[in-house]
Unconditional design. Structure first.
Length: 635
């Protein structure tokens, strides 16, 4: 192998940029690292080149460990997005620079320079300065300079990002020809999927510092194993389906699927992927090419040259819903690719009813929730463990138990065997680890270092010495980037869930996550809105009649939440209360004897005195039952 990365990690303080990346790249391979901006792609490249030090892990180039070597001893060529040419030097001098530094004889340098100018299509332009060249020509010079000393590895950091579309296309083909001709092992970093598809022998998809999946362009496009990969690479229609032996069920339709899935969640759920070209539409069901998913109404027709993208909305499919979940979405919206007519007119029109058929599909494993259960050995620890075990059983999630002792005290008092006894049989994966130090600090550090969907903590954790920053639970509610479930008291089961829209607090993410948890637990949900205007609880219908100025947005919001929950198969009712927001949430929680209160995390604002109150934190502080505070990216 030309390049081997072993558990490569890069941290800046407590922030992890590259998260245990392991990768092998073969001799002569053109490998593309593809991902969104800020995902860690360029940092990996710079660590390989020696421009950024490694926090953990090893880098091996052609069998030689170069982890601790300076850049000039790694035998790598690097091409930057901004060219980084020496403006005061001619093209010829730029290309020869690396050779001159290495004391290569002048005649040999000139021969190599002229060869490379010919290879990159710039023969005869060696006397010009960078300012006299176009952007595309400058980038060719940068490639030639990187190849001048015949490196064993070529590293390209978004080399075409600053160029226009036509020039990018030309340079991509030139780069591929050069790379094949010279046989140099190459890593190219980009966020452009078209660029990756055109150039790569293999692609590695990276997100938030983690290398999610590796494969050929065809494999990753047609048979991805992660939802992120499916949606990042081209247009994707994703539906939550149910696997039943050798079939995948979408509403009333059962599709044969002979390949067994290695990973399903507790409900037997899987994600079904249809690329737009995998679907077909017809005015008549009998004219479909493939099984019929159902009828729908055309909402949009977009001309894309050779293809038209037709957006169709189907009625809700029983037991099936779109992924990712969207607040208030009614029915199932699908994009279908249709060949454009030769006369340029659309074959379908907006408002037309058509049937949608399936030609091909791919099933992805449904990733279960990843739970982090935290304890510092206090009285609330058992409550958190028990509720964590219950959620793990309901969701089929992977669970990590983090045991933290304040300043080293108390860790030995936690019986790790107890955690294994309580949780081991209920989750797909269990890890138990112990840390020493301040509980909140260590939990937040683990959240940032790991990849979790929900953190669970006992309400009494950290209350022995709350300090000026508050208890552990209070700090997590304020600072955690992911949802926090604070366990105030044990509940025998999660059968009733209260989803709160609290007078301006964010109330869409909490409904989406609350719907997922309620469905998994077979719980009944109540959607509560508190408008903070009075002190009388009334029905939505009464508010709509009595306060027409406020009713429209309240009604729309509540209807969106109701559709969201119903679309997930959750039984739901809705209530509107007026009064002090926190008081009304707590009153409804007690009166309805809910097992879980879900509320959105606080968004600071200068526009409303109500928003200046951290409603979620106040609910956590005063509630006598578990409270889930939702913020950040939804799992």
């Amino acid at each position: 192998m030309s390049i081997v990365l072993q558990n490569l990690v890069k941290r800046y303080g407590n922030q992890i940029i590259v998260d245990h990346v392991t990768l092998e790249i073969a001799d002569g391979e053109l490998f593309v690292l593809l991902g969104p901006s800020g995902s860690g792609k360029s940092t990996i490249l710079r660590m390989i080149a020696g421009l950024t030090p490694v926090t953990e892990g090893r880098i091996i180039l052609h069998g030689r460990d170069v982890t601790d070597l300076p850049p000039q001893q790694r035998d790598t060529g690097f091409v930057f997005q901004n060219y980084s040419l020496f403006r005061h030097m001619t093209v010829a001098d730029n290309i020869e620079f690396g050779l001159a530094v290495r004391k290569v004889p002048k005649r040999e340098r000139a021969l190599r320079r002229d060869e490379l100018l010919d290879i990159v299509g710039l023969a005869g332009l060696g006397h010009r300065y960078p300012a006299q060249l176009s952007g595309g020509q400058q980038q060719r010079v940068a490639v030639a300079r990187a190849l001048a000393f015949e490196p064993s590895v070529l590293l390209l950091d978004e080399p075409f990002g600053a160029l226009d579309v036509q020039i990018r296309g030309q340079l991509r083909q030139s780069l591929k020809d050069i790379q094949r001709r010279l046989g140099v092992t190459t890593i190219l970093v980009t966020h452009d999927q078209e660029e990756a598809f055109e150039l790569a022998d293999r692609i590695g998809i990276i997100d938030r510092g983690r290398l999610l999946e590796i494969g050929t362009p065809t494999q990753l496009y047609h048979q991805p194993q992660h939802e992120f990969v499916a949606t990042f690479l081209g247009s994707a229609n994703l539906l939550a389906g149910t696997c039943e032996q050798d079939r995948v069920r979408l509403g009333p339709l059962a599709l044969p699927y002979p390949t067994a899935l290695a990973q399903l969640d507790a409900e037997g759920r899987a994600e079904v992927l249809f690329r737009p070209e995998d679907l077909t539409i017809a005015a008549d069901r009998n004219a479909l090419d493939g099984p019929a998913l159902g009828p729908g109404v055309v909402e949009q027709v977009t001309f894309l040259g050779a293809l038209q993208r037709v957006r169709v909305r189907l009625d809700p499919l029983p037991g099936t819903w779109p992924l990712p979940m969207r607040y208030g979405q009614e029915g199932v919206v699908l994009d279908v690719a249709v060949l454009s007519s030769t006369n340029g007119t659309a074959d379908v029109r907006v408002g037309q009813t058509v049937w949608v058929g399936i030609k091909h599909f791919h099933v992805l494993p449904r990733i279960a929730l990843r739970l982090l259960v935290c304890t510092d050995g206090s009285a609330g620890a058992e409550d958190a463990l028990q509720l964590g075990a219950r959620l793990g059983k309901d969701t089929g999630g992977a669970m990590t138990v983090l045991v933290v002792g304040e300043d080293g005290r108390g860790v030995e008092d936690i019986h790790l065997a107890r955690a294994r006894e309580l949780l081991g049989a209920t989750v797909t994966e269990l890890r138990v680890m112990a840390r020493r130090g301040n509980a909140a600090d260590e939990i937040l550090r683990e959240i940032k270092a790991g990849e979790y969907d929900v953190v669970i903590v006992g309400s009494r954790s950290g209350q022995r010495k709350p300090g000026p920053a508050g208890t552990t639970a209070e700090r997590l509610v304020r600072e955690s980037p992911i949802p926090v479930l604070v366990v105030k008291a044990p509940r025998p089961a999660i059968k009733r869930v209260l989803l709160c829209s609290a007078g301006g607090e964010p109330s869409k993410m909490d409904v989406l996550l609350g719907a997922r948890l309620a469905r998994r637990a077979s719980a009944v949900a109540t959607l509560l809105h508190v408008d903070g205007m009075g002190d009388t609880a009334r029905s939505a219908a009464v508010v709509a009649v009595a306060e027409p100025a406020n009713a429209p947005w309240i009604a729309r919001h509540m209807e969106g939440g109701r559709l969201t929950l119903l679309g997930q198969g959750v039984r739901v009712d809705a209530k509107i209360r007026q009064g002090a927001v926190v008081d009304e949430i707590l009153a409804e929680g007690t009166e309805g004897d809910y097992d879980l209160i879900v509320v959105g995390g606080h968004i600071p604002s200068n526009h409303s005195s109500l928003l200046e109150r951290d409603v979620a934190a106040e609910v956590v502080a005063q509630a006598d039952r578990p409270v889930l505070v939702v913020r950040g990216k939804l799992p």
